[in-house]
Design a protein around this ligand. Structure first.
Ligand SMILES: [Zn+2]
Ligand SMILES: [Zn+2]
Length: 272
């Protein structure tokens, strides 16, 4: 078994309400798991609900990988019950000094509990270009995003899942990763998940914010030959109705692809 599940699919800020309920209002969080290993990627507000699932599976060791440290990717961590459980071991991977960054949001006067005194056994590790967590192999790529972010690819047995959030697909400027480099990175992935916060019209006033359009994503999926594409990091102002219409339009324009918008609770599972 190799499984991807979406727990939070919203970008920038939580956006609960009847207009966003279908896809969900929690900020970015996914899990990748196989029989023995449970990985969480980003700790947006979607992470809270993983607690129930971990209890059912009796998971005692959790790995959390941070793509970067914008609020919408770490604001759920203080409310993730396992960090207060002394029976749980957590290994946290991130760039720069992940321990220092996380302790900044969990201390007085921002939060009553101090990150450095949490009951769970937390270990911090520096995110490498490629590494293994048990038998899941992980590769990273540098995204185009203010303050940086990493795209990830998870391999287990013969299946690969690419997850690239908070990335602006560009072919100009300095020190950027090009569309060609991204398409090379994703080309052998069965599932390709990418940030699609904006439409072509919207992005005109939002260039340099570090996000992409649906059409940008389709451009690299075409080059990479990826047939299963999942759009995520939905704009907080994007209503369900509008997102469904965008998806219908994309399916008409790209009939050879299997296109989805990430939704809370959505699972993709390989029986391997
Ligand atoms: Zn974000
Ligand atoms: Zn970001």
């Amino acid at each position: 078994m190799f499984k991807l599940r979406f727990w939070g699919v919203r970008g920038s800020v939580p956006s609960p309400g009847k207009e966003t309920n279908f896809f969900g209002g929690n900020t970015t969080c996914i899990s990748i798991e196989n029989k023995n290993t449970f990985l969480i990627i980003d700790a947006g507000t979607g992470i809270r609900n993983i607690n129930f699932y971990l209890n059912e599976r009796k998971v005692k060791k959790i790995y959390i990988i941070f793509t970067h440290y914008h609020w919408d990717h770490l604001q759920g961590l203080p409310f993730f019950a396992p960090i207060f459980n002394s029976d749980i071991k957590i290994e946290i991977f991130g760039k720069k000094n992940v321990s220092e960054v996380l302790s900044l949001q969990m201390k007085q006067p921002y939060f009553p509990a101090d990150y450095k005194n949490l009951p769970s056994k937390i270990e911090h590790k520096n995110l490498q270009k490629s590494f293994n967590i048990d038998d899941i192999f992980i590769e990273t790529i540098e995204n185009n995003h203010p303050s940086g972010c990493v795209g990830l690819k998870f391999s287990y047995k013969n299946k690969k899942i690419a997850f690239i959030t908070d990335n602006e697909l560009l072919d100009y400027g300095e020190n950027i990763t090009t569309k060609k480099e991204f398409s090379d990175f994703i080309k052998d992935s069965e599932i390709f998940v990418h940030d699609a916060q904006y439409t072509v019209k919207e992005i005109k006033s939002k260039r340099g914010w570090g996000h992409s359009t649906y059409d940008d994503v389709m451009e690299i999926a075409k080059i990479g030959g990826n047939k299963k594409v999942i759009f995520t990091h939905h704009d907080p102002m994007r209503r369900d109705k509008e997102l469904k219409e965008i998806l219908v339009d994309l399916k008409n324009r790209y009939p050879k692809f299997n296109l989805k918008a990430a939704k809370e609770g959505m699972e993709i599972k390989f029986d391997i």
